[in-house]
Design a protein around this ligand. Structure first.
Ligand code: ZN
Length: 243
């Protein structure tokens, strides 16, 4: 059911992309302000756990703490869904099931990917692309309910949350975020092995349990997931003799 709605949304987005007036839509500042609200609302709706703080501290060691003028802040939600997302204000949220299932290198690669979305300002771009979706539905609330928000936020807020949480960045943006993570990890000791963890994380996420959540539902049988995996493997192979 969810998937059908999401696919319909995507189809409307594709149909409407051409009509948007880019200049008039969501400035960076507006998008960041909306993200602040969305992130607070998500934190209220979910159960934040500190059970993983020790492991997260190890995993995050050496990753950027600030990108694009935003300070990254992390929380872990206790949930059986496998997901991770970032909003343009630097709010990065990781779901406990993802940390349970992935090893440290794989979680680190996923964090690199999420940091990439923030650094490359994907939310701003995607909001501008997705703007037509909300208009087509005539309600941000419908989007919000898909990702567990209560629909009380602004249209922009719903959009920002929707893009981040439902992993509905375009495949091009997903690949850019994968590449950001791979390039970041290639600079580290054992860089190739660390960067390849992006590919194995994608494999694990895409073969998760049937109830492992929206990310798996979207990516599980998605042909583009195998393209993303191959892109990561090719990029690492092309990196030559990095240590
Ligand atoms: Zn992503």
């Amino acid at each position: 059911m969810k998937k059908k709605i999401l696919l319909a949304l995507l189809a409307s987005a594709a149909a409407l992309t051409g009509c948007a007036n880019m200049e008039s839509l969501g400035s960076d500042q507006e998008v960041v302000a909306a993200a602040n609200q969305s992130c607070r609302q998500m934190d209220q709706k979910n159960t934040i756990t500190h059970q993983y703080d020790g492991r997260m501290a190890i995993i995050r060691q050496g990753l950027p703490t600030q990108v694009g003028g935003q300070t990254l802040n992390y929380q872990v939600y206790k949930t059986k869904d496998m997901n991770a997302w970032a909003m343009p204000n630097g709010c990065v949220r990781v779901y406990s099931a993802l940390i349970d299932r992935l090893n440290n290198d794989e979680v680190r690669a996923v964090l690199g990917h999420e940091i990439g979305h923030v650094a490359l300002r994907h939310s701003v771009q995607q909001y501008r692309t997705n703007r037509g979706v909300a208009i087509a539905l005539s309600a941000g609330g419908a989007l919000g309910s898909l990702v567990g928000l209560d629909g009380t936020g602004s249209d922009l807020m719903q959009q920002v949350a929707y893009s981040a949480i439902s992993a509905q960045y375009s495949q091009a943006l997903e690949t850019e975020a994968d590449n950001y993570s791979v390039d970041l990890l290639l600079k580290e000791p054992n860089g190739k092995q660390k960067a390849l963890a992006m590919a194995s994380a994608l494999k694990k996420i895409s073969t998760g349990d049937a109830d492992s959540g929206i990310m798996q539902k979207m990516f599980g049988d998605h042909p583009d997931t195998s393209k993303r995996i191959k892109n990561v493997e090719d990029r690492v192979a092309a990196a030559g003799n990095v240590k």
